[in-house]
Design a protein. Structure first.
Length: 135
């Protein structure tokens, strides 16, 4: 998938509503606005113009690509989900933990019971991502 063109070179932070729309586009692209409206209607009760406004906003942000097709437009994700997850994760760390990873890890580790398999996986990931030069 092609990477989006983002302001300041990094993906933007999206609202919760924009994430819902992007999830549909990551699952299937391209799609016309009508299909997206229909997919969201049962659970979101958004007015069709709300969806169209969000699509225009996401296009301006560079995370959605628009292409004309016959008498309508087709929308598709212009970036990988992981790009936006990384940006959202960093924004979350900045807002709640001043950008520090350690306090966030301690916060979640002390509030969530982990299975032995999850602990092994976490240890493996920490070992792989440890900067051994600083030890």
């Amino acid at each position: 998938m092609k990477h989006g063109t983002f302001k300041q070179g990094k993906p933007p932070v999206l609202s919760a509503q924009e994430w819902k729309l992007m999830e549909l586009l990551w699952a299937k692209s391209p799609q016309p606005a009508y299909d997206l409206i229909e997919a969201l209607a049962p659970r979101e009760k958004w007015h069709p113009n709300t969806v169209r406004t969000m699509l225009a906003r996401l296009t301006r942000k560079g995370v959605v690509r628009t292409e004309p097709y016959k008498n309508l437009y087709l929308y598709s994700a212009a970036c990988e989900r992981e790009q936006l997850v990384a940006t959202e994760s960093q924004s979350f760390l900045e807002r709640l933990f001043g950008g520090a990873f350690r306090p966030s890890l301690i916060h979640f580790a002390t509030r969530q019971r982990l299975s032995p398999e999850e602990v092994r996986e976490m240890k493996r990931l920490l070992d792989e991502n440890t900067d051994h030069r600083r030890s």
